[in-house]
Each structure stands twice: as C-alpha cells, then as structure tokens.
Design a protein around this ligand. Structure first.
Ligand code: SF4
Length: 162
C-alpha cells in the first residue's frame, strides 16, 4: 500500500448545549431533526489539552518521509480554545462554510445531503440537477448565508477548508 500523506484530525465532538442549540435551529429553519450530530456528543474532559498541544508541536517540528498534516491547523491558543470553549471561532480560518455550493453527500439510500441531517432530495426520485437547484436546497443555502454558521459548524471539517 502506498501512503502519500498522513492526516490527523482534531476530535469532532459536540457538547450537550451545542447539540441542543443545533437541534432547535434545524427544527425551526428546516423542520428536520439534527440526529447525526447526536453521535458526536462528547465532553472531552479526559483530554489534557496542554499535552495535546505539546505533542502537536513536536510532530510539526520534525521531518518525516511523508507529509504529516494536522487539521484544522490551529495555533496553540486556538487548540486550547477549541477544546475548552463552548463557542469557538478561529482566527486562522474564515469561519464560513461553502460546502452547500460545492459538494454534497450521496447517502446509500440515495438521499442528497449538503450537511449532516439535512436532506435536499433523493436521487432515486429526481435528477441530481433538479435536487441541486430545488427550493429546499436553495432555502438551506439562503439560511446559511444569512446566519453565517449554525451552532455545530465550529466542530465540522467543512468549516476549516478556507
Ligand atoms: S460547516 Fe456547518 S453548514 Fe457546513 S457542512 Fe458543516 S455543519 Fe453543515
């Protein structure tokens, strides 16, 4: 097996209050339940953030045969805040998500989803092009543009792509 790159992701987790806010927002805006995020419910109390920061700095300071990427590439201060603060916004990224304008998940049952727990349509029932441009999908994009982000976005990989 050829391995070209090794990527470590920061833990994806949501605390109870973040999850509850997310559920309330998605119910109100999209009349859907944010069930997928419930699977990330976790309180990272067992993580010693100071040790984590030290280990990441060690990894980044060494040279390896293949590139090693830590994503998101937070600063020392941001790592600490990411694990400790309930509402965290990074200065290293734009804190925006363009995923619903660029990509979708195609789920095994045919559902087309731009973001966990939101389904814009099903590929078995209508064309991808129709779903991409349908009223439901456009409504999602409009709400995201207006709100800038949802309660769990700061825990999502898509939030740290640019
Ligand atoms: S960043 Fe937010 S809007 Fe974008 S895919 Fe993740 S949860 Fe959805």
């Amino acid at each position: 097996m050829n391995v070209n790159c090794l990527i470590f992701l920061h833990l994806i987790f949501v605390k109870e209050d973040e999850l509850n806010r997310q559920i309330a927002v998605f119910r109100e805006l999209f009349q859907t339940e944010s069930i997928h995020w419930a699977g990330y419910r976790y309180k990272p109390d067992g993580i010693d953030v100071e040790i984590l920061v030290k280990k990441i700095e060690e990894i980044k300071s060494r040279k390896y045969k293949m590139p090693i990427v830590i994503h998101p590439d937070f600063t020392r201060e941001e790592i600490i805040r990411y694990y400790r603060e309930p509402v965290f916004l990074s200065k290293s990224y734009s804190n925006t998500c363009i995923a619903p304008w660029t990509s979708v998940y195609v789920l095994p049952n045919g559902d087309i989803s731009p973001c966990s727990s939101f389904v814009a349509g099903n590929i078995k029932n209508e064309s991808f092009k129709k779903i991409w441009n349908n009223q439901k999908f456009r409504h999602f994009r409009t709400e995201l543009r207006e709100k800038k982000y949802f309660p769990v976005c700061h825990r999502c990989c898509e939030f740290y792509k640019h």
